[in-house]
Design a protein around this ligand. Structure first.
Ligand code: NDP
Length: 306
């Protein structure tokens, strides 16, 4: 039986349609949802991420403002910008695109964002709310993983979820969200003794390592559900040939463009072993922006109720 491909673009579209509806409802009550995106400097990848977020805002009718301080801005000046956004009534969500230039104290900046406007869910107050299951904002990529599972009717309660990776933005919050959904959760990292053996225990395997195609068939229990968070851009022809040896289309695309995207999970191995999996691209990635906008709508709802 061939594995089911969990299509992140379709799920993103469902969520964006719902967000658009919510934005319209708030607007009928006189509230225009507003999101500020702070993009420091000229990192090309960050520029693309912010552009995509702003486009998505336009699609659902969220007012967005792009704030672009120069790359040499000091921590104090950036804090002043955040402080002003915290007070603005027309801005319900603030996102600070990471990474920040090295002279900036990133943790101070993230701490300065009002927890009520912290739509990325990075503020320690929101991290605490996530741990203790109180009202807050969950980080977008892990929240997207839960949406993929729920909207694909994949049962979470009682399942063994194994998370490969323990970062603050993906691995740890994903583990907490799955725990709240009553999965039994294991978290693995670079000091885990036998990663493949642990991964093979998973009914639901979440992979957020940042290691191209590292998760091969020996990591996957037959019939597992595999969610691949990794996004890696490959440029090395040898590596591309090895990973995509049986995917002529990908190899042709690589010849044309000189780069190709791959997740942390080996694409043909997962298709062979899993019962369902997210592809890269078009799996987990599209959900991140959808959940950001969903959080922005929620921030506006909460502020309108106060
Ligand atoms: P980090 O680099 O912050 O964390 C990687 C984690 O993987 C760490 O916990 C690390 O362990 C663990 N790890 C790395 N190598 C190994 C190894 N060989 N064996 C065991 N564990 C290992 O990455 P992120 O969590 O930020 O991102 C992970 C991936 O997800 C990246 O490819 C990133 O691009 C992608 N991503 C995608 C998003 C999306 O929207 N789809 C959003 C965010 C990230 P240790 O803690 O011990 O060092």
């Amino acid at each position: 039986m061939s594995a089911r491909v969990l299509n992140g673009n379709e799920i993103r579209d469902q969520i964006l349609d719902e967000v658009q509806q919510g934005v319209l409802e708030l607007s009928a009550r006189g509230v225009q949802v507003g999101l500020a995106a702070v993009l420091v400097g000229d990192n090309p990848a960050s520029e693309i991420y912010v552009r995509n977020k702003i486009r998505a805002c336009e699609r659902v009718g969220i007012f967005s403002e792009r704030i672009t301080p120069g790359k040499d801005i000091s921590t104090a000046d950036l804090l002043a910008i955040i402080e002003e956004l915290n007070y603005r009534k027309d801005i319900h969500g603030i996102l600070v695109q990471l990474p920040l230039p090295t002279q900036i104290d990133e943790s101070k900046v993230l701490l300065a964002v009002s927890p009520t406007k912290d739509v990325d869910g990075f503020h320690p107050v929101n991290v605490g709310a996530l741990v203790t299951r109180q009202i807050g904002f969950a980080p977008c990529t892990p929240a997207g993983l839960i949406q993929i599972l729920k909207r694909s009717n994949i049962r979470i309660a009682g399942k063994h979820a194994v998370i490969l990776g323990r970062s603050n933005i993906v691995g740890k919050p994903a583990a907490l969200l799955l725990l709240h959904e009553n999965a039994t959760v294991s978290i693995c990292h670079s000091q885990t003794t036998d990663l493949a053996m642990m991964a093979r225990e998973a009914d639901i395997l979440v992979v957020a390592l940042g290691r191209p195609a590292m998760v091969t068939r020996d990591f996957i229990k037959p019939g597992a559900v595999v969610l691949d968070v990794g996004i890696n851009r490959l440029q090395d022809a040898g590596e591309v040939k090895k990973i995509f040896s049986d995917d002529q289309k990908k190899l042709e695309r690589f010849q044309e463009k000189g780069t190709v995207l791959v997740g942390d999970v080996h694409p043909s191995d997962v298709a062979e072993m899993a019962s369902a999996y997210t592809p890269v691209p078009g799996g987990v990635g599209p959900l991140t922006i959808a959940m950001l906008l969903s959080n922005a709508l929620e921030a506006a709802r909460r502020s309108s109720e106060n």
